[in-house]
Design a protein around this ligand. Structure first.
Ligand code: SAH
Length: 255
């Protein structure tokens, strides 16, 4: 049996209880070494076979899994954050399905959620935006034309931009051409949740490129933009959820 497990964003304490259990029982662990915090491997059994998939190709990963299956061993495929977000996991799930290998998936805390925690920020503010877009800038992996940053930014929602910090100049240009003003607040979170390594940079579109360069951040970072980050002079409109005028399944309206 193969368990695909989201390792969370970096802090070992953000691994789920189920992920911890599967990892501590696994005979074989294949982890995405480019991003998974190796401190999480301390939860593995001493005799577990551990492979770093950063140096492996799909066929090699499958080979390790197939040998483990033949030997009746349990395998954990450890992915950073949540496996469903830029995890390149679908091709591995398809390859397992094609070979009749049984697997299940344990979700993880994605880095865009750890970034919100680092920023102490809600992404979906009443009266401001109710939508979060997860995207990336096209690079060596292309992004469909219909999803260009310029097109997505026209919605003026909260945007969490993955895998793109080295392209921050292009991102700034595209966001501005989509109508974001140069004074729009933008944040970059590096190694969200990693003990002792997290960095939070808050700036505006017109100075973020310089701030990121000064901080020497060129990887493992998320770019967050949207009006949820705007400084507020007025209090937010109250959410319906806790409003006395608004009843729902668990509470009656009081007015
Ligand atoms: N599945 C992962 C994302 C993998 S893609 C998840 O759910 O988070 C790798 C990209 O994710 C990185 O280039 C970076 O943009 C982002 N990332 C991963 N971990 C991060 C962290 N702890 N802090 C900030 N960004 C992170």
């Amino acid at each position: 049996m193969v368990h695909i497990v989201g390792a969370g964003p970096g802090d070992p304490e953000l691994l789920t209880i189920r992920g911890h259990k599967l990892l501590s029982e696994a005979d074989v662990v294949i982890y995405a070494g480019s991003l998974v915090n190796e401190d999480i491997l301390k939860f593995c059994k001493a005799e577990a076979e551990i492979y770093n998939s950063a140096q492996m190709m799909l066929e090699e990963i499958m080979h390790v899994i197939i040998l483990a299956e033949r030997a009746g061993k349990s395998t954990v495929r450890l992915q950073t954050g949540d496996p469903s977000i830029y995890g390149a996991i679908q091709e591995q799930m398809d390859a397992m399905t094609a070979r009749g290998i049984e697997f299940d998936v344990t979700p993880g805390v994605s880095s865009f959620l750890a970034a919100a925690a680092a920023l102490k920020q809600e992404y979906t503010l009443p009266g401001i935006t109710q939508t979060v877009i997860i995207t990336r800038r096209g690079g060596r992996t292309p992004v469909p034309d219909t999803e260009s940053l310029k097109k997505l930014a026209q919605h003026q929602t909260t945007m969490c931009i993955f895998l793109s910090i080295s392209l921050i100049d292009d991102i700034k240009r595209e966001l501005m051409s989509a109508g974001f003003k140069s004074s729009t607040p933008i944040a970059v979170v590096y190694k969200a949740s990693w003990p002792g390594e997290e960095k939070v940079i808050r700036g505006r579109l017109d100075n973020i490129v310089q701030l990121v360069k000064e901080a020497k951040i060129d990887r493992t970072a998320l770019i967050i933009i949207g009006h949820c980050l705007d400084p507020r002079k007025e209090p937010l409109p109250q959410s319906n959820l806790y409003s006395p005028k608004f009843g729902h399944m668990f509470r009656q309206a009081r007015f």
